[in-house]
Structures are given as structure tokens and as C-alpha cells.
Design a protein around this ligand. Structure first.
Ligand code: ZN
Length: 235
């Protein structure tokens, strides 16, 4: 026996399904129309993009490389207006994919350094409140880009950010060390102690954040660590 109201419910379901199909259909048409009328342009040179996302191939392959002299980290690109623009869009304009694009491009220049290495990529953690506000951790997206080319695993929960400190960019250089002191804590120490930790960040300026992570790693018996970032504005 058909329960009372069954046919009404069935009809409502059919109408809703039909309405969802129509909504998706019109959404796709609007999206195609909008990219036809307003084609996306490169964030750097403003030329129209073809099959690229956010930045054209030419601008990406012409990013200026940084001359690395620092013993504890590698910054792949020179911090200039182009990188500044891309990192700003990555962090403050809801474009996490830029992290992946930059990580993949940067990895091409350092792939020979990490071949067959017993290493893991560790993105600098954000506090959960910051993740909630931004929607994602930009360093994780950069690590994803590195990971695709370098074929290294990502361990994102090894250390957590337990204190929500104010952004380093708003703090004077001389106060940055104290601003990050004690903000991280180890989450698990069951990983092979001989592994090389590649601490991934977007920018390294005074190294205060990476050094605080190195301190926690050392305290827990991990003595192999190295920083890897997209750019440095430090030197
Ligand atoms: Zn361009």
C-alpha cells in the first residue's frame, strides 16, 4: 500500500531535482558567458589568460631567482613587486591555488637538491582561528605544489600552533622573536628521528617563526631541519 502523502513527496522531489539541474545549467551558461565577456587576465602583466590560472606562463617562468646565501633556508624567488602581488592574492584574496602554482614553479629550480632524500614537507601551521578566517593555510598549498614536483610527503599535523599571535608583518623586527615564542607545540613525536624536516613558508623575513619551529623540533630530538620558502624579503 502506498503511504499517504507519498505521491506529493515524490512530486516535490522530482521538482527539486529538476530545479537543481536547471540551476546548474544556468550557472554554467552564466560562467561561460562571463569568461567570454570578461576573460581572466594575468595578475602580473594583465594580458588575457588562455588555459592558465591567475598568472601567465611567461610571467611565471620569468620570476627572478633569489641568490641564496643563508645557511638554514632556501628562498627560491627574489621578493619583488611581482612576488609581492602573488603572495598578497594568495593570502588575502581567497586564491589558495596560487600557493600550489608558486610551489610547483619554485620546485623546478630546486628539484636536484631533494632527490631521493629522506625528507618530509612541513607547512608552517596557522592557528585554527586564522584558518577559519582565511579558509585555508597558504603554506599547505605551497607545500602541495612542492610535493607534486619533489615527490615528498606532507606532514601537516606534526606541530600545531597553540597560540594565536598577531601577524609578524604587523610587528617590529626587534619584537618578532618574542611574538612567536612558545606559540607552537609538538603534536606527535613518533616520526623517524633521522628524517629531514623541510619547513615550508610563503615568506621568510627575520626567520623568527622558522627558528621557533626548529627549536621545538630540536627539543623533541629532531636535529635535521631546513627552511624552504617562496621568497625572502630579509636580504
Ligand atoms: Zn603575465
Amino acid at each position: 500500500m502506498i503511504p499517504p502523502g507519498y505521491n506529493i513527496l515524490k512530486r516535490r522531489y522530482q521538482l527539486r531535482t529538476h530545479s537543481n539541474i536547471m540551476k546548474t545549467f544556468f550557472k554554467n551558461i552564466l560562467s561561460s558567458l562571463s569568461s567570454f565577456l570578461f576573460p581572466a587576465s594575468c595578475l602580473i602583466c594583465e594580458e588575457y589568460l588562455h588555459d592558465e590560472l591567475f598568472v601567465c606562463r611567461s610571467c611565471l617562468s620569468n620570476l627572478k631567482l633569489h641568490k641564496n646565501t643563508e645557511p638554514e633556508y632556501i628562498a627560491v624567488f627574489q621578493y619583488d613587486d611581482k612576488i609581492k602581488k602573488l603572495i598578497f592574492e594568495l593570502k588575502y584574496n581567497s586564491k589558495p591555488e596560487i600557493g600550489e602554482i608558486l610551489g610547483k614553479e619554485a620546485a623546478k629550480h630546486i628539484s636536484d637538491l631533494f632527490q631521493n632524500s629522506n625528507s618530509i614537507l612541513f607547512p608552517v601551521p596557522l592557528h585554527k582561528k586564522r584558518i577559519k578566517k582565511r579558509g585555508y593555510n597558504q603554506s599547505l598549498y605551497i607545500a602541495k605544489g612542492f610535493s607534486q614536483t619533489l615527490k615528498l610527503p606532507i606532514y601537516e599535523d606534526m606541530i600545531v600552533r597553540s597560540k594565536n599571535n598577531v601577524s609578524q608583518t604587523t610587528v617590529k623586527s626587534s619584537n618578532r622573536k618574542s611574538n612567536v615564542s612558545g606559540i607552537f607545540r609538538i603534536n606527535t613525536s613518533s616520526i623517524d628521528k633521522n628524517i629531514l624536516f623541510i619547513v615550508v613558508d610563503d615568506l621568510i623575513t627575520t626567520q623568527a617563526t622558522t627558528k621557533e619551529i626548529y627549536r621545538i623540533l630540536k627539543e623533541n630530538g629532531y636535529n635535521n631541519y631546513f627552511g624552504l620558502c617562496i621568497a625572502t624579503s630579509g636580504s
